[in-house]
Each structure stands twice: as structure tokens, then as C-alpha cells.
Design a binder for this molecule. Structure first.
Ligand code: ATP
Ligand code: ZN
Ligand code: MG
Length: 511
């Protein structure tokens, strides 16, 4: 890695005596020489291995500006070197009652090693980067010409750019490799009583209708009663016996939540965006209103100019919960805490992947969250797995399997491997759909480590590490799994499940 930086220190007055006349005093050029020599010998080598670090290779003083050219390796990056030199100069100039007003960056180039192996070439071709005005691919290296100012240096933009490139390299390494998937449990085979697509069958029986939006359904009384039966099973067999408490989580998610949860790193192609009006003055909206009145069309383009994005609709349920704990210190004796939410819909833009109630843009899910010390969280995940197995084998009587998979927070960074330890990670539950022979993920159990507590700055009084886990139960996915294997006729369901659902209501008839 090589860094080449040209910057100016802006001073409050002329630095040295010049022909055009200077205020009283002024710095001796030899003092500046000495200061630079000290920087090069000591200050810019501090913390670097012998022979490494940064160096001021050229300097010049014109009126109120000191121009510096700094070259460095990765040990004391040139922008860090500049900040060190600035402090040193501030001390020197202070003796002459000259202040330092700021830094101007004239030019900043970074060159880093960049392999462009034959097959992964495409993935490593960088065309555009924030705060970079020019990108040059050279043999074995990548050259960036940065577009940064002093505040970008304060925000550590150059370091973050380098980290971003390292992440891209890493993601490229994983690309093409299939996601990690490792079978850990398989139920016994079950007799299937149905070989049709359950959504089609339900539509034929008017149990549901496609709604006006994409991937969205209006659920009729029968399937709704089935959803409620699923919730009752969860409550009676798992949530109540394991000591869960119900909460209500927000379903509009402000950006700050996704910044902290990490979703802001990759959610963009799959989220539903939420906007608010730039003004609530009816006059501001009059042209839109008039346009609709005369055309009966909603002028979406005109609207887009009058609104602004403020976040998105619920994607995963747990991120907004953590705002409840954000910045708090918890006494150890309240642990483990177990809560769940079933208060609303989740949204994902599934593009062309939509398929009946198996893959929706709008879906319903019960989300469980448990919080505790590391071992508590891991043990509770095991307990949940046992309870779920009981439900699937003894009440729903379905055929399913469980797999250890790449956790979501790695998947969104483009990594398809496994979390470093086997303690953090996700188990997917999948059911076979006889009509297609495919397996459908209908829920998961995740141990998320300290990811959420650290993202939302939640601490324990004792200082021990706080961990958490979550489990998302998709109601439509449970329904699709059960009905695909057993059909819509309650006679084919287990006796237990039939009695929990009760008589299915017949409310609507269509002519
Ligand atoms: P898939 O691989 O099927 O897209 P996912 O890995 O994106 O699923 P998660 O992010 O693990 O799903 O979401 C947790 C649960 O939410 C899933 O197990 C499922 O029950 C439900 N779910 C996710 N996406 C959808 C969807 N588009 N339609 C219906 N349910 C969904
Ligand atoms: Zn979750
Ligand atoms: Mg998905």
C-alpha cells in the first residue's frame, strides 16, 4: 500500500517574513526545517516497524500557507501522518502567535495491491467508489485518486474506503460458492395426502384472494383461523411454558435502526421504502390533486418530487425492538429475558421470486427474541429446538428437516461461509412440498452473539458479554408446509391440530 498526499495548512497570518511585508515576527525557515526533520525521524515513525511509516518529502511556505507532501506505507497512513504533523506545527506556530485555521487537501492518491485473477476478474473491477474521483487499474494494483477534505479525514473516510475494498475482495472470494448448508436433523418420512399447490387450492375454495399489491393476499376466515391456531400452538407449547412476554414492535423502521442492526449494509434491493411529504400544506399538493381529478390517474412522478425517504417497512422484526434497550445498562438478575412480537406485517421486495403464500412481499411472522449471557442464549436456543420438534412431530405431524446455514449478517455482506464459531449461527427449518418436490424454509432459530447488544450499546451491570438470539416463525410458510403435505381437508390433519383449529367458518359465497 502506498499513500501520496499533498495538503496545505492554512494559517492565521503569513508564516515567514516576505518581500510583501509580514506582521511582526514570523517563523525562521530553519525552525520549520527542524520541525519537519523531527517529524520524519520520530513522529511519523511512531508505532511502525523499523524502516516503515510516513515521511514529509517536500514542504514549502507561501504567505499564509504551508504546503506539505507526505508519502507513506500502510503503517502510518499519510492522512494520519498529516494530522500528527499538523499538531506539531500548531505547537511551533503558536510560539509566534500564529494559529492554524485548517487543512486543504490538494491531492490524495492511494495505491493498493489488487489481484485480478482470470476467473474472478469481473468481480474485482472497481468502477465507482464514494469520495474517489478517479480509479485506475494497473497490473497487480489499484490506484485511487481521492476527493476528500479535512472533515472526510476526521470521519476516517480513507480508512473506511480501504476496508470497503478489502470487503469486496472477500465477497468476491465467496462469490459462486454455494451458501453453507449442512443437514443436522431429518424427521421421519410422512405419508403425503396432497400433490397440488396449496395456494391454488385455497384460491379455488375462496380461502384467500390475491390483493391489489404485489405478493400480497387478503386472507379469508378459514386460513385466518388456521393462522390463529398456529399462534395458539406457539403460545401453549412454547411461549408460555418458556416464560416469554409479548411486546409490540414498530413496523416502520427509521434508518438509524438499520444503521445499528447492520441491515443498512445491504438491505437496499429488498426493502420497501417509506416516504413522508416534504410539506403537509394542501397547497403544496394542489397540482397532484388536480391532476388526479382530471385524469383519474395518480401522478406518481409528480409525487416522487414532493416526498422524501425516511426509512423502510419492517424487514426482520427484531431490529426496532433493540431501541427499547438502546444505551441502557441491564442488571444481570433480570436475565434471561424472553419476548415476542406478532403485531404486524413484514415486507420484502422479492422481485420475480414471488410464489403464492410461499414467497410474498407482505407476510406475517411471530418473532421470538431472547437475551442473556452467552451460555444462557446458546442453551435457550437448544430448548427452543426441542420444543419446535415436538410441535412439528406431535401436533402438525409434518415432514421436515433442519440445516445449519450461513447467518444473515454474513450473507448480506456477500459471504456464504459460516460464522467463525459454531456457537453463533442460524438453523433453518425446511418442509418438503410434495407438489414440486422442493423444500421450503418455514422458520429459523438464530444465535446472533453480541451483534445486537453491541450495535445498540446495551450493557450488563457486571460487565459480562450480553448475547441474544431470535427465531422467526412465518405463518404463511407454516400454512404452506402443512397444507402442501396434507391438503385442505381437515380429515387429513392430525386429530390434535384439527381440534385446535376447530370448525372452519363458511362466510362468503360468490355468484
Ligand atoms: P428465503 O431463503 O426463503 O428467502 P430468508 O432466509 O430470506 O428466506 P429469513 O430472513 O431467515 O428468510 O426470514 C425469517 C423467516 O421469515 C423465514 O423463515 C420465513 O418464515 C419468513 N419469510 C422470509 N421471507 C419471506 C417471504 N418472502 N414470504 C413469506 N415468508 C417469509
Ligand atoms: Zn430476528
Ligand atoms: Mg429471502
Amino acid at each position: 500500500m502506498k499513500f501520496e498526499l499533498k495538503a496545505h495548512l492554512r494559517c492565521s497570518g503569513a508564516v515567514v517574513r516576505t518581500r510583501t511585508g509580514t506582521p511582526e515576527g514570523g517563523v525562521n525557515l530553519s525552525d520549520i526545517d527542524e520541525c519537519v526533520a523531527y517529524c520524519n525521524k520520530e513522529l511519523l515513525k511512531k508505532g511502525a516497524p523499523p524502516g516503515c511509516g510516513a515521511e514529509v518529502v517536500r514542504w514549502k511556505v507561501v504567505d499564509e500557507r504551508i504546503t506539505l507532501e507526505i508519502v507513506s506505507d500502510r503503517f502510518v497512513r499519510a492522512h494520519d501522518a498529516l494530522l500528527r504533523v499538523k499538531k506539531e506545527f500548531a505547537r511551533l506556530l503558536g510560539r509566534y502567535r500564529i494559529g492554524l485555521r485548517g487543512i486543504e487537501i490538494e491531492d490524495y492518491k492511494i495505491a493498493l495491491e489488487w489481484e485480478e485473477g482470470a476467473e474472478e476478474k469481473e468481480g474485482l473491477r472497481i468502477r465507482k467508489l464514494p469520495f474517489v474521483k478517479e480509479i485506475r487499474h494497473r497490473k497487480g494494483s489499484l490506484e485511487l485518486v481521492l476527493d476528500v477534505d479535512e472533515s472526510s479525514l476526521d470521519k476516517k473516510i480513507p480508512d473506511r474506503l480501504i476496508r470497503l475494498l478489502e470487503e469486496k475482495k472477500e465477497a468476491n472470494r465467496w462469490k459462486g460458492k454455494s451458501e453453507h448448508w449442512e443437514l443436522i436433523f431429518e424427521s421421519e418420512k410422512k405419508e403425503h395426502y396432497f400433490d397440488k399447490d396449496p395456494t391454488e387450492a385455497m384460491i379455488q375454495r375462496d380461502w384467500l384472494q390475491h390483493a391489489a399489491g404485489r405478493g400480497q393476499y387478503v386472507y379469508g376466515p378459514q386460513i385466518t383461523q388456521i393462522f390463529r391456531a398456529f399462534e395458539k400452538i406457539l403460545l401453549d407449547e412454547l411461549l408460555i411454558p418458556l416464560g416469554y412476554n409479548e411486546m409490540v414492535f414498530p413496523k416502520f423502521i427509521a434508518w438509524d435502526v438499520w444503521k445499528r442492526s447492520g441491515h443498512a449494509k445491504g438491505i437496499y434491493p429488498e426493502m420497501y421504502y417509506v416516504c413522508t411529504p416534504k410539506s403537509r400544506d394542501p397547497e403544496y399538493w394542489e397540482d397532484v390533486i388536480d391532476y388526479f381529478k382530471v385524469t383519474n390517474e395518480v401522478p406518481v412522478d409528480m409525487i416522487m418530487e414532493k416526498i422524501e425517504n425516511v426509512g423502510g417497512m419492517c424487514y426482520a422484526q427484531c431490529p426496532p425492538f433493540w431501541v427499547f434497550l438502546q444505551g441502557k445498562i441491564l442488571p444481570d438478575d433480570i436475565l434471561p429475558v424472553k419476548v415476542f412480537d406478532r403485531s404486524g406485517t413484514s415486507y420484502r421486495y422479492e422481485s420475480g421470486g414471488l410464489h403464492g403464500i410461499e414467497r410474498l412481499d407482505e407476510f406475517h411472522r411471530v418473532e421470538l427474541i431472547w437475551i442473556g449471557k452467552k451460555q444462557e442464549v446458546i442453551d435457550h436456543a437448544k430448548l427452543l429446538q426441542e420444543r419446535y420438534r415436538q410441535i412439528f412431530s406431535e401436533i402438525l405431524e409434518i415432514e421436515w428437516r433442519e440445516a445449519w446455514v450461513t447467518p444473515w449478517f454474513m450473507a448480506q455482506e456477500g459471504r456464504t461461509g459460516l460464522a467463525e464459531s459454531k456457537e453463533v449461527g442460524t438453523i433453518d427449518y425446511e418442509a418438503v412440498l410434495p407438489y414440486s418436490g422442493k423444500w421450503l424454509e418455514f422458520q429459523n432459530v438464530s444465535v446472533n452473539g453480541y451483534k445486537y447488544p453491541s450495535g445498540f450499546s446495551v450493557k450488563l451491570q457486571s460487565g459480562a458479554e450480553l448475547w441474544s438470539g431470535c427465531s422467526g416463525v412465518g405463518l404463511e410458510r407454516w400454512a404452506a408446509s402443512l397444507l402442501a403435505q396434507k391438503g385442505l381437508d381437515p380429515d387429513k390433519w392430525s386429530e390434535k391440530f384439527r381440534s385446535i383449529v376447530g370448525e372452519l367458518p363458511e362466510v362468503f359465497r360468490f355468484l
